[in-house]
Design a protein around this ligand. Sequence first.
Ligand code: DQA
Length: 152
Amino acid sequence: KSVLVLNGPNLNLLGRREPAVYGAQTLADVETICREACRTHGFTLDFRQSNHEGVLIDWIHEAGAAQAAGTLAGVVCNAGAYTHTSVALHDAIKGAAVHLIELHISNVHAREAFRQHSWLSPVAQGVLAGFGANGYALAIAALAMLPTGSKQ
Ligand code: DQA
């Protein structure tokens, strides 16, 4: 099965963007971490980034169809700032009934008040935040532990 890793707005700037918060690793480094974790767990990797909300929504719909067809284990999603704003992403995840792990590089709960609310958390299987780029590997490990075929 495959794992879809979705990265939202501004994550293309990783490594240059606020390194004190997000670290020195680039999105290419994150992809390498994901590829290694997928190899460990026997998944193939589909790694994507977009700055556009609608594109992310289209990809979640696609993931729902792939999961229903039995070819996708689930989604790891760092929705960036759309986490805190996007009812549309919430509805897409719910509508597609996709297994999705919400992921944040930084510990959003130790940051500004506007980062405390997530539209993804109520429709995610689980949430990982604050483990830096290695969090992606933890999220892929979490997908490997989900009971297949059922959305809890
Ligand atoms: C982020 C946290 C969000 O609050 C922020 O808007 C991001 C990145 C993280 O990975 O820590 O763009 O999702």
